[in-house]
Design a protein around this ligand. Structure first.
Ligand SMILES: Nc1nc2c(ncn2[C@@H]2O[C@H](COP(=O)(O)OP(=O)(O)OP(=O)(O)O)[C@@H](O)[C@H]2O)c(=O)[nH]1
Ligand SMILES: [Mg+2]
Length: 309
């Protein structure tokens, strides 16, 4: 007689003993159910009796996101203007702060395997899920809150790794939203929009802080100087007044960071080679590697090189 049948027999004799109708894992059941009078923390649906209050569940809305659409979860730091001041981030770009954001995004991507690409700049990150994902039944709030809370927790968790000599003064938080894009064209346009935003902000911030830090203008004066200027004017100010060629600024600042899963060929370990060392067998294996890029994602080249769409 197996242990489940034995327990069921005993249950008939003891009115206090609870045997769930579905016991998924005998080992866990035995471990968590001693002494045998204890009720499990969560009852199976079959054995749950609805209370008179259960009707309130019907007030919850159905937020299932449309199927077969690209799903984007974008998170954005709350009040990072202040957060970056309090934590004395380098202006206009703090490499450690940006790399912390990238490491956190990679952490989220590793945890949620249906994310095919992430794009980040400043205090924001977009996570792109494959259109056919069935994660959490495509429930918008469940997906968004899981991503945003893992992001915030990982940001705190990894802070010391990037700022070993800087105390985290208060807990950072992030907002999150889910947006659907129905076609390959619209998801590409979404990402182009974020990358153009990165370029516009970075060019503005680079000139603004050059005028303030090297040109000794006040914040207000720098703002007035740049009012109505187009990108050509800003490039000219940088070049003629500060000898800065914007094209030579780091790609990470100009383009933001794109994280993708790349298939890479890696050599087999020496011992593995010895075990099965025949001439015809491959000496390499294909692995997926999460890779950070600072490249143009607006042009076709990126999409032709990466098999994402
Ligand atoms: N110094 C510095 N500041 C940064 C850096 N990255 C982001 N920031 C700051 O973070 C802000 C992000 O912009 P927003 O998201 O529009 O501003 P916010 O204060 O976070 O406002 P909400 O998102 O509406 O809460 C920038 O304006 C900068 O002030 C950085 O690398 N260095
Ligand atoms: Mg923000």
């Amino acid at each position: 007689m197996n242990i489940i049948s034995l327990l069921k027999r005993v249950s008939l004799k003891s009115s206090k003993l609870y045997i769930p109708s579905l016991i998924p894992n005998t080992h866990n059941f035995l471990r968590t159910q001693t002494p045998l009078v204890a009720l499990p923390r969560k009852m199976s649906k079959e054995s749950k009796k609805s209370s008179k209050y259960e009707y309130v569940k019907k007030f919850e809305g159905n937020d299932r996101l449309l199927p077969n659409c690209w799903m984007v979860i974008r998170i954005d730091g709350k009040g990072f203007h202040r957060f970056s001041e309090v934590h004395e981030f380098t202006k206009p770009n703090d490499v450690d702060a940006l790399n912390l954001m990238n490491a956190v995004a990679e952490n989220v991507m590793s945890d949620f395997t249906d994310i095919v690409l992430c794009y980040g700049q400043s205090d924001e990150y977009s996570f792109i899920f494959r259109p056919r994902t069935e994660l959490y039944g495509r429930r918008s709030a469940k997906i968004t809150t899981n991503i945003v809370s893992l992001f915030a927790a990982s940001y705190v968790f990894k802070w010391k790794q990037f700022f070993p000599n800087k105390e985290l003064k208060y807990p950072p938080s992030f907002d999150g939203r889910a947006v659907l894009y129905p076609t390959n064209e619209t998801i590409r346009d979404y990402l182009s929009w974020r990358q153009v935003d990165c370029h516009i902000n970075n060019l503005y911030n680079t000139v603004f802080w050059a005028l303030v830090q090297q040109g000794n203008l006040s914040n207000h004066e720098a703002q007035q100087r740049l009012k109505g200027s187009v990108s050509g004017d800003k490039n000219e100010i940088l070049f003629s007044e500060f000898n800065i060629n914007y094209n030579n600024e780091p790609e990470q600042f100009k383009k933001g960071t794109t994280i993708v899963r790349k298939k890479v060929e890696i050599p087999l370990h020496c011992d593995a080679k010895q075990e099965s060392s025949t001439e015809n067998q491959p000496k390499t294996k294909i692995r997926t590697k999460i890779t950070h890029l600072h490249c143009d994602i607006i042009r076709d080249d990126f999409w032709n090189e990466n098999n994402i769409l």
